[in-house]
Design a protein around this ligand. Structure first.
Ligand code: ADP
Length: 570
């Protein structure tokens, strides 16, 4: 970006009218603007009231000497940077040194040559212009740093925006700098968005006011074009014709409206109002305003994103709350269901126990001889009754497992004893007496466990092995002591395996059969299949002991269920 350089202004302070007029002509011919003063006091006044770009200063002057004028100008805030070219008839070295010491940047002795005067003036003006540009650049840099720091250091939108408009007003010397947001969806032809004043630099506590944007044609134009809109003189610009009357008495003449937009979406506008109608806004000021408008857009976007995030968070929290209420209700329902199942199971068990007991009495022929047909019927009643009892017991156990109401009673367990109970309780599973082969090393140690639960695990596994094997097919029970390898194993373990030569289990089912209510092989010859709880109870009981259960199987060849129980419960 290049900045155009306006003609420089030179102030000539010279009491000799001839020299003054000569200098004036030289400068005029070169295109400079010239101011004149015939004595020191006037010269100083002019230099301070409206600082020129360069001063041509005589040393011997009425009123104040050139040295004094020089010193005073240099002490003034806005005069300090003005280059001073001393033109003097004093040629002694001390006089020249004195002039430089009092702040002069250069000197020329009389009689002077116009070419030399112009050459020195040009060098000094170039130098000043370069310094000025550098200072402005560093000012811009500082402002950009400040803007960056503000927009990244706080999420408080109003605070960020207020800082930005204050900086803009200070840097661009404005009467008022404000930011307006636009609301809702708009953009159809002829639509006028609703504006809301967010911040104004002249009032940190300005309330959020609704703004009728029809009164701000410069803002609407900036929305339409997506560009910065500059009105140098509000009273003479056709854009402001309709609102001219209303702003006639307001203390500004120039306005600048910058759209705050992100990817085509208009979020708002930054509006600058300044008194200057003659100079308007410089290119550099426009660039700075653009930078700050960009930062304001980011702040608005961040705030909108933050708000959206907060709203989403709140919605999530509400959903969480609702979920937790629903969860609680489900827990209550589940508890009611468990209580109901448990109650019904208990109620069923009592009469069932009587049915089984009386059937057994009849079957054992204590009451009298039965015909073959009667004997067959009684055994059927007995078998089905026991199946039903096993199912009810499974339901009760599953309920207790779910509610955590299952107590463990650890004792020294001898596997052979548990197997006696297993044999007895699986006697009626098949029509003929089941073939159960056991392979138990003589030195197999006893282990610490809940004997009833170990019996139940084995009974379930053996019952399944028999159920899913052809009639008369043997089941093997193999036991061994193994070394605990997992960190969770508490010392050595007993591993027990139940092997059948039955229908086998598909690979995809081998994991899920241990879940509640899962039954996968429906094609078995047995009509009574249970409820899909047996293996779930086995897994739960094994895990309560600190062991592990798994299955190996080949479809059509058979399955082997393995489980481990630590020898010692810690
Ligand atoms: P259920 O008591 O209904 O038999 P289980 O939990 O004991 O339920 O078994 C779940 C399913 O796993 C059974 O329905 C069956 O499909 C399968 N399964 C269990 N043991 C065996 C086995 N030894 N051979 C083949 N399939 C089996």
């Amino acid at each position: 970006m290049t900045f155009t350089r306006r003609p420089s202004r030179i102030l000539i302070v010279e009491d000799d009218p001839v020299s003054r007029s000569l200098l004036k002509n030289i400068f005029h011919n070169e295109g400079y603007q010239v101011e004149e003063a015939a004595d020191g006091i006037k010269g100083l006044e002019k230099a301070i009231a409206d600082p020129p770009d360069l001063i041509c200063l005589d040393i011997i002057l009425p009123g104040l000497s050139g040295y004094e004028v020089c010193r005073s100008v240099k002490q003034d805030k806005s005069g300090a940077s003005i280059p001073i070219l001393m033109i003097t008839s004093l040629t002694k070295r001390e006089d020249i040194v004195k002039g430089l010491k009092s702040g002069a940047t250069d000197y020329i002795t009389k009689p002077f040559s116009p070419v030399e005067v112009l050459a020195r003036v040009k060098v000094n003006l170039d130098h000043r212009f370069a310094v000025k540009q550098l200072l402005e650049r560093s000012g811009r840099f500082e402002l950009a740093c400040d803007v960056l720091e503000t927009t990244t250091s706080s999420l408080e939108l109003k605070q960020v925006l207020y800082h930005l408009v204050s900086k803009t007003a200070e840097f661009l010397d404005c009467e008022r700098c404000s930011i307006i947001s636009v609301e809702g969806n708009w953009g159809d032809e002829g639509d006028i968005p609703v504006g809301r004043l967010l911040v104004s630099h002249d009032d940190p506590n300005v309330p959020e006011l609704k703004i009728d944007l029809i009164k701000y044609p410069e803002i609407l134009k900036s929305f339409r074009t997506g560009e910065v809109v500059i009105v140098e003189d509000v009273l003479n610009d056709p854009l402001m014709e309709e609102v001219k009357e209303k702003i006639l008495d307001l203390p500004f003449r120039s306005v600048m409206a910058l759209p705050l937009a992100f990817r085509g979406e208009i979020l708002g506008a930054m509006l600058l109002r300044a008194t200057r109608a003659d100079t308007g806004f410089s290119e550099e000021e426009i660039i700075m305003a653009r930078i700050i408008a960009g930062a304001s857009t980011n702040a608005l976007r961040n705030a909108a994103l933050y708000e959206r995030l907060t709203r989403k968070n709140e919605a999530l929290e509400r959903m969480n709350e609702e979920l937790s209420i629903a969860n609680h209700e489900l827990e209550n329902l589940s508890q009611a269901k468990s209580d109901f199942v448990s109650m019904v199971s208990h109620e069923l068990r009592t009469p069932l126990t009587s049915i089984i007991g009386f059937s057994e009495l009849l079957a054992e022929a204590h009451i009298g001889e039965l015909t073959d047909e009667q004997d067959e019927y009684i055994r059927q009643i007995l078998r089905k009754g026991k199946d039903l009892l096993a199912l009810i017991n499974d339901l009760l156990d599953a309920g207790r497992l779910e509610t955590g109401k299952l107590a463990m009673r650890y004792q020294e367990v001898k596997l052979e004893n548990a197997l006696l109970a297993v044999r007895s309780s699986t006697r009626h599973v098949t029509e003929s007496l089941p073939i159960i082969n056991t392979h138990i090393p003589a030195d197999l140690p006893t282990f610490e466990g809940d004997a009833d639960k170990i019996t139940q695990i084995l009974t379930n596994l053996v019952t399944n092995a028999l159920k899913f094997s052809p009639s008369g097919s043997p089941v093997d029970i193999i036991a061994s002591k193994i070394r605990g390898r997992r960190e969770s194993d508490r010392g050595d373990l007993i591993q027990i395996s139940v092997k059948d030569r039955g229908i086998g289990i598909r690979e995809e089912d081998r994991q899920r059969i241990f879940d509640q209510f899962v039954q996968v092989q429906q094609g078995s010859s047995r009509s009574f299949q249970g409820a899909g709880l047996g293996l779930y109870i086995c897994r739960s009981f094994v895990e309560l002991h600190g062991g592990k259960i798994w299955v190996e199987s080949t479809l059509g060849e058979g399955s082997t269920f393995h489980f481990t129980i630590p020898i010692k419960q810690s």
